[in-house]
Design a protein. Structure first.
Ligand code: UTP
Length: 319
């Protein structure tokens, strides 16, 4: 998205203004190259975070925001993701026989969370391409996109404010975190202007442009795009008009740039809560440790062990 595009952003009344997103789309058909070889046969969305796979946290985030209709965009070798949200009658019967009602409830929970639908992206040709597969399911309504490898703390939700803002503006709503200058080169970075929109204490900005992975000296801000979007249905037509961009992929960012240029309002919410990014080994390990420390039944023992482990490590290091 360019600065020029933004200055033309006169806001036409949106045909979907006032309608709220009720469907979630989770693109999960990527190749997960940053996590190879672990993800050669196991989807990164199914890597365990203490006692649940990553994807369950993401579906829980969607349903907590009232999005009970969830479309998973899957691909080759990823069928197990869908199985996680299915019933397992044999396993359930065995747990019932043993009287292990706690585990039984945990096993049944994913199948009760949401109505899960799936569609297959034949080839992973980019995030925009993946989202285009949601068109038939979503129809002419706004919808939320949740990337399949990151989520936010359940006590500091982000989606409800995004959905509310999108319903008011009818446009695109993004989410940002503020990153350190040396980190901007890993993200899409936004140029922003103050916004007239008000939503309690929520920090809202008007987006005037986006640059992919800039050098620190070229970054227009330190606001980095994270994997939550609430989009109007006009995005589908914009994706059809989007040419392959970086890496030969159809990029969602490029489709959003088309809409921005044509006058669709684009806003961003600055998220100050805790975000977990499990898409690469380091973020995944940090997430496991944080969630293990907070865990109801394991947390206390794990924290004790971790304290001791870190103390021993420091002793080994000091002369
Ligand atoms: P990423 O950029 O994280 O790509 O995609 P990736 O393939 O998952 O992982 P790396 O970068 O190779 O390690 C962001 C999200 O978009 C989905 C991914 O599954 C992930 O949830 N995606 C990406 C698709 O569904 N299809 C695609 O063609 C590309």
């Amino acid at each position: 998205m360019s600065e020029d595009a933004a200055t033309q952003a006169t806001v036409p009344p949106s045909p979907t203004s006032g309608q709220r997103a009720v469907k979630a789309v989770i693109p999960a058909a990527g190749l997960a190259t940053r996590f190879l070889p672990a993800t050669k046969a196991v989807p990164k969305e199914l890597l365990p975070l203490v006692d649940r796979p990553v994807l369950q946290y993401i579906v829980e985030e969607a349903t907590q925001a009232g999005l009970k209709d969830v479309l998973l965009i899957t691909g080759r070798g990823k069928t197990a993701m869908v199985d996680h949200f299915d019933r397992q009658p044999y396993l359930e019967a065995r747990l019932r026989e043993k009287g292990d009602m706690e585990r039984l409830a945990a096993v049944q929970r994913p199948s009760e969370l949401a109505n899960i639908f799936t569609v297959r992206q034949g080839e992973p040709l980019g995030l925009g391409h993946a989202v285009s597969y949601a068109e038939t399911h979503v129809g002419g309504e706004p919808f939320a996109v949740l990337l399949g490898d990151e989520f936010v703390d359940k006590d500091e939700p982000l989606l409800p404010a995004m959905i509310e803002l999108q319903a008011r503006t009818g446009g695109i709503v993004l989410a940002f975190v503020e990153v350190q200058p040396e980190e901007v080169k890993r993200y899409g970075i936004a140029s922003v202007a103050p916004s007239d929109e008000k939503l309690g204490d929520t920090e809202i900005v008007r987006v005037t442009g986006l640059v992919e992975k800039p050098a620190p000296e070229d970054a227009p801000s330190r606001l980095a795009v994270i994997g939550r979007y609430v989009l109007p249905p006009s995005i589908f037509d914009a994706i059809k008009r989007t040419k392959p961009g970086s890496g030969g992929e159809i990029q969602l960012t490029d489709a959003m740039a088309i809409l921005l240029k044509e006058g669709t309002p684009v806003h961003g919410i600055v998220y100050r809560g805790t975000r977990y990014d499990t898409g690469a080994p380091l973020g995944y390990l940090q997430t496991v440790v944080q969630l293990a420390c907070q865990h109801d039944s394991l947390g206390e023992e794990f924290r004790g062990w971790l304290r001791q482990f870190v103390a021993e490590m420091s002793e080994v290091r000091s002369p």
